[in-house]
Each structure stands twice: as C-alpha cells, then as structure tokens.
Design a protein around this ligand. Structure first.
Ligand SMILES: N[C@@H](CCC(=O)N[C@@H](CS)C(=O)NCC(=O)O)C(=O)O
Length: 229
C-alpha cells in the first residue's frame, strides 16, 4: 500500500490525539489534521468510530484506525523505516505496554479529577492517588530508562508518548492547585524527562500552551457543572 493519504481526526487539547500526532511526527509522516469542534461530533467521526465515537481517528487511505495506542502501534508498523516507537526487545515492549495501560487505567482518571476538586479537603484527597502514581512512574523511569533521557533509553519510545501526552494536564493541575507535582525533589527523574520530552522536535509544536489549556479545561468544568448529565 502506498504510504500517502493520511488524515487525523482530532482536537488540539486532547492528550490522546497528541499521541497520534507525536507518532506521525516521529516518523516524519505528512498528514491533514481535521479539527473536531467541541461538543459536536462530525459525520466523519461517527462513521469512522461508531463504537466509541471518540477522537483520535487516523484515516489511512480512508480506512479508519481508532484508539490512540492502537494508532501509535499502527503508525510504528506502517512507517517501519523511521525510528522505532515500540521497543525491539520483547520484554521491554511488554514493560512499556504494561505502564501505558497503567497510565490510561489508573493514572489519568486520577489526574483528570484533580482540577475539578473543590475545596482544600477534596483537593488533598484527589491529590493523593496522583502523587502515588507519579512515585510509581518515577520508579519505572529509574528502572527502565537505562540511564538515557527517555523511558525508552536514548530515544523517545512508546511509553514516553503514552505518558508524555498528559504533561499538559499535569501542568494545568499544578497551576490550579499551586503544587508542583513533578519536581526536582520528589520526582527528579521525571522532572528531567519532562523537560527533554517537551523540547523534542516531535513534541514541542503539539504540546498545548498551559494557559490556553487551563482556559479550555475551566470551560469544560463550567459546562459540566451547568449540565452534570
Ligand atoms: N481510549 C481512547 C480515549 C479517547 C478519548 O477519550 N477521546 C476524547 C477526547 S480527549 C473524546 O473523544 N471525547 C469525546 C466523548 O467522550 O464523547 C483513546 O485512547 O483514543
């Protein structure tokens, strides 16, 4: 199959969409970005992802691929001549997939609740699982980065993309709570990693500005509080 004709259905604030964009950038794949409007699902989205109706959706020669981590793996397999995203060693690959799944199933749900917590007590309760998750990820970084700047060692790989896409939301949470969640004292490995990750050429243009993302998240929180169902 020719490698051209790549479109991505997404939205700028979405961390999941960012995963696909970073993977495409890592492989230097040109693509058309089709921005979905907040609160409106396009016909193309509904047709392309009828099961979850969520972004991102990658369209490769009009064929849809859904779920951000599936998309990252697809990009890695199709554009295999570019730098590998999944680790080549089966054990390293299993470890990276384990932590990516931890990040989606445990860490992000906890992080997402943080900016919504109202009052000191609720904030402290919401902060606890986030700090716990970051401590686990700090250990994972120490154990698997092999002394390199990234989870994948010397170069960005699967877990960097899977976890790094949430740095924007982490920064918003830090701004809203006034607590440095990733810092030199409690998570020194992650502090250095976050800096390297955000400065990477495949990432810097797709990582949202913290003030703009804060404004967006505040708008969502307000919308949800006005119509909780
Ligand atoms: N597990 C999905 C999650 C995707 C997801 O939650 N996307 C959000 C945007 S960040 C979405 O489309 N939300 C719209 C909705 O829930 O209706 C993935 O990894 O792609």
């Amino acid at each position: 199959m020719a490698k051209g004709e790549v479109k991505l259905l997404g939205s700028w604030p979405s961390p999941y969409v960012m995963r696909a964009r970073i993977a495409l950038n890592l492989k230097s794949v040109e693509y058309e970005f089709l921005e979905e409007k907040l609160g409106v699902k396009s016909e193309l989205l509904l047709k392309s992802n009828p099961v979850h109706k969520k972004i991102p959706v990658l369209l490769h020669h009009s064929k849809p691929i859904c779920e951000s981590l599936v998309i990252v793996q697809y990009i890695d397999e199709v554009w295999s001549s570019g730098p590998a995203i999944l680790p080549s060693d089966p054990y390293d690959r299993a470890v990276a997939r384990f932590w990516a799944s931890y990040v989606d199933e445990k860490f992000f749900p906890a992080l997402r609740a943080l900016p919504m917590a109202q009052g000191k007590e609720a904030m402290e309760a919401a902060m606890h699982p986030v700090k716990e998750g970051l401590a686990l990820l700090e250990d994972a970084y120490a154990n698997h980065s092999k002394g390199g700047p990234f989870f994948g060692g010397g170069q960005i790989s699967y877990l960097d993309v899977a976890f790094g896409c949430f740095l924007g939301v982490i920064r918003v949470s830090e701004k809203v709570t006034g607590v440095a969640l990733i810092n030199e004292h409690t998570t020194p490995g992650l502090a250095g990693w976050a800096e390297e990750f955000c400065a990477h050429p495949a990432v810097e243009d797709v990582m949202p500005d913290t003030d703009k993302l804060t404004e967006f998240i505040n708008r969502i929180i307000k919308m949800k509080s006005q119509s909780p169902n």
